[in-house]
Design a protein around this ligand. Structure first.
Ligand SMILES: [Zn+2]
Length: 401
């Protein structure tokens, strides 16, 4: 098999696929956009291109389950919400992103007809329960900003749309309470897709916030639905005065997925530690990266993974949480999140660096660690995609402590 013709060989890397348990040094052969050979030493003379990745990690293409990549269809100036898909995607070490509710059923055409066809990054869309998504915040002032039938029909009309996103935030929760999540779930159930719920993020201690979180976790979410901002310190999230809501454990039992969604406002190290101590370990890591978040606090998926390295997770753990776990959450485990012969060649080549790194969180806290993952390049559908200069003035490594 090793004398085939390859378009590309990634030579001599540490091939790491935590989902399948693969962890060995060897080559990967790619032809026609697909992985055709894994392991051993392939015949370089028969390859169009050989890239030496010795000393690097060769992982399944990373999947960022929560981003905002509607860049280009929002504001011409002062855009803070919508990032450029390829900047945070293939040029940021990530081959697949989920846009989590940037648009709703009345304007998701911008994603489907313009952003997705122009992007090299694979993009899935969760439409916002609010008809216009976060083009206008608040996206849901009352029930008149939700069109359930139209949203269901829209999801059914596009293979790119894989779920529904709803933000349980003020002022939406003040006006609708748990009914907000119930309507989003109605859309998701009607279309046969999961709902992703942004929990918490309510600036004032509003009486409806805790109640809405309780009803959400105990009654509304079902197996495969996704809670994002698991490590949020805000009122209305998983912690109630430092104590994990018992309904969160019930939701976990039912198969609800807990995602991170670092972002600029919804991640705290103290909350992360408290939540994990009390029985919830996030299933997936995501960045919630936006145009502004790309340059502060969130930075991107790989820096979000690095935050978990400082919490004691291993490189294998955080790779699992951004490959096989994310793929399973999307119902794509048969296609994405693994290195396997016959699959489309979506690959993230990574490196680890030593140093003294500090990560800041949205609650004013920080955590430090002595190593970090940095991207090297990606391969998307068999094509090498170079890195962009990175989210920091100095590049990709986190801030030095
Ligand atoms: Zn978000």
């Amino acid at each position: 098999m090793s004398n085939g013709n390859y378009d590309l060989i990634l030579a001599g890397g540490r091939v790491l696929d935590p989902g399948s348990g693969l962890d060995q040094v060897g080559d990967i052969g790619i032809s026609g956009g697909k992985i055709v050979e894994i392991g051993g030493s392939l015949d370089a003379a028969s390859a169009g291109q050989v890239v030496d990745v010795s000393g690097k990690i060769v992982a399944p293409g990373l999947i960022d389950l929560h981003t905002h990549v509607a860049g280009g269809i929002g504001k011409v100036i002062d855009e803070t919400s919508f990032a450029n898909a390829d900047q945070v995607g293939v040029h940021g070490g990530v081959t697949t992103v989920v846009d989590a509710g940037s648009t709703g059923s009345y304007n998701v055409g911008g994603m489907i007809n313009h952003v997705i066809p122009r992007s090299k990054t694979r993009i899935f869309v969760f439409i916002n329960a609010g008809i216009l998504g976060i083009h206008r915040i608040p996206e849901i002032r009352d029930a008149s900003d939700i069109d359930i039938d139209h949203a269901i029909a829209t999801i059914q009309a596009s293979e790119h749309i894989r779920g529904v996103k709803v933000r349980m935030v003020s002022p939406s929760v003040q006006s609708m309470g748990a009914e907000l999540a119930r309507k989003a779930k109605q859309i998701a159930s009607g279309a046969g897709v999961p709902v992703m719920v942004h929990i918490g993020d309510i600036p004032d201690d509003h009486p409806k916030a805790g109640e809405a979180a309780k009803v959400l976790l105990s009654e509304i979410l079902t197996e495969g639905d996704i809670v994002t901002h698991t490590c949020s310190h805000h009122v209305g999230a998983l912690l109630d005065n430092g104590k994990l809501r018992p309904e969160a454990l019930e939701a976990k039992e039912r198969g609800v997925i807990f995602d991170v969604g670092v972002g600029r406002a919804n991640f705290s190290f103290d909350s992360a530690k408290a939540i994990m101590d009390q029985g919830i370990t996030p299933h997936t890591i995501s960045s919630d990266v936006t145009a502004a978040g790309r340059y502060s606090l969130a930075f991107g998926l790989i820096e979000s993974m690095n935050k978990f390295l400082t919490l004691g997770f291993s490189v294998e753990d955080v790779t699992r949480m951004t490959t096989t776990n994310s793929a399973t959450s999307l119902g794509e485990s048969g296609n994405l999140g693994a290195l396997a012969v016959g699959r489309e060649a979506d690959i993230s080549v990574l490196d680890t660096v030593q140093g003294s790194f500090i990560h800041h969180d949205a609650a004013g806290g920080s955590n430090t660690g002595d190593r970090a993952i940095v991207p090297v390049f990606t391969v998307r559908a068999g094509e090498v995609q170079p890195l962009d200069p990175g989210p920091h003035p100095w590049g990709w490594a986190p801030e030095s402590a």
